[in-house]
Design a protein around this ligand. Structure first.
Ligand code: UDP
Ligand code: MN
Length: 279
């Protein structure tokens, strides 16, 4: 019986920023995320959890200094996997606010939980569809479990967390307790890891929304948008490297992501225009 996690190389720090990519699309996102993190001058390790990526791509990513950790998907039951299969989940809990890309497999999200098996004292997890605009090393001093609210439409959003940025303290005991809780007969987590983490950590600590600013705030809550405040920008729903229906209205954000993903200069966000509806 293997542990399901296969780190390459050694940890260089006791702290790590961790993301997940189970396919090349999310690896594209992860590469941009890590480039953005390096620009912040952090000394924490940068760790990519991955399942199915070609060796050539993993080697290319490692050459840029990150630590690649191969993981298996969680050993969940056939019933659990069927309930959380993409078509079944989209039918049972439709996404009415935005579109999930074709390369998004809900079941893969749960592999995030593998970070609790890592050999670090402190971890900050960040989704592969985010970029970091200012140093966020202070998040390592926040307790487990801290996350920002899932704000992108209205005040009601403050009831829920968004699992695109969170703080964790790896521990085998926590990981085992999570696995035991996750896969109970008939259990359905409608927003996968996000719903699960909210249930596992009912007393979650709140981070400022600026540590996980969701792209739809640009469209729906322009008053909340101030470039100088935003530390992590998270492209939930449609991804900036896809063609998609909202691309024209999110153009400023997409161009910023592309600058971070590329080799050219990156603009100072304070020089960018405010969202169209801002006062
Ligand atoms: N992810 C992945 N493969 C998948 C689905 C998700 O690697 O098929 C990872 C990736 O890090 C991604 C995160 O899980 O950023 C959560 O998914 P996503 O960001 O697409 O969800 P959203 O932020 O739109 O709710
Ligand atoms: Mn995301």
């Amino acid at each position: 019986m293997t542990s399901g996690i296969h780190p390459k190389g050694k940890a260089r720090s006791d702290r790590a920023f961790v993301t997940l990519a189970t396919n090349p699309d999310y690896a594209t996102g992860a590469a941009a995320l890590f480039r953005s993190l390096r620009r912040t001058g952090t000394s924490a390790d940068l760790v990519l959890l991955y399942t199915d990526l070609p060796d050539s791509l993993v080697n290319e990513l490692c050459a840029s200094g990150l630590r690649a950790v191969h993981v298996d998907l969680l050993p969940t039951s056939d019933d659990f996997n069927a309930l959380h299969a993409r078509d079944r989940l989209h039918g049972a809990a439709p996404f009415t606010k935005g579109e999930k890309p074709p390369f998004h497999t809900p079941l893969d999200n749960f592999a995030k939980l593998r970070l609790w098996q890592l050999d670090y004292q402190r971890v900050v997890f960040i989704d592969a569809d985010a970029i970091v605009l200012q140093n966020i090393d202070r998040l390592f001093d926040y307790p487990e479990f801290s996350a920002a609210p899932n704000v992108y439409e209205s005040l009601g959003d403050f009831h829920r967390l968004n699992s695109g940025v969170f703080t964790a303290r790896p521990s085998a005991a926590t990981f085992d307790a999570m696995l035991a809780r996750l896969d109970q007969p008939g259990q359905f987590w409608r927003r996968t890891d996000q719903t699960f983490l909210e249930s596992f950590f009912p007393n979650w600590h709140g981070l400022p929304v600026f540590d996980n600013m969701l792209q739809y705030v640009w469209l729906n809550l322009p008053q909340l948008w101030r470039w100088q405040d935003i530390r992590v920008l998270h492209y939930q729903y449609e991804k900036p490297w896809q063609q998609h229906a909202k691309a024209d209205s999110l153009r400023v954000l997409i161009d910023l992501w592309k600058a971070h993903a590329g080799d050219g200069p990156v603009p100072d966000p304070r020089d960018l225009p405010p969202p169209p509806g801002a006062a």
